[in-house]
Write a protein that binds this ligand. Sequence first.
Ligand code: FES
Length: 160
Amino acid sequence: MSDHLDRREFVKIVTAALGTIMGAIVGLPAIGYLISPALRVQKNEDWISVGPLEKYPVGKPTLFSFTRSKVNGWEKTVNSYGVYVVRTSETEYTIFSNMCTHLSCRVNWKDEAQEYICPCHDGHFGQDGSVTAGPPPKPLIRYEETKIEDGNLMFFFKES
Ligand code: FES
């Protein structure tokens, strides 16, 4: 057996090495592209702006709707949410989730009844979010963390 590579073996080894390097150059970014969605971390809490406080009439709960998208690997879902902005004076306000605390249906403010009414099992909530009738076990969720920034009212939203 010879200690030296012959020309044919040398070309074979160099060709195989170049093929491996070229495969890595082309393949690694493709693999990164394919697995990157699975590695992405999705933020599930954020400040949400409901716009200027002045656009909400004093004494009348007003619905503000928004959507948030959630990425789970390769799957993207868009969820809709709603909050009621309740101005109790020119400067005071409260923000409630419109999700019923019974089984998560969406409550609606009814001017004539002066209550939030849940269409699913007839749950009733007062303007302050407290339960006044029906099966809901607790008051509407109230967003405690709020601020006014650049003229816009904002609240801190945590997706559950
Ligand atoms: S979900 Fe609202 S009362 Fe049942």
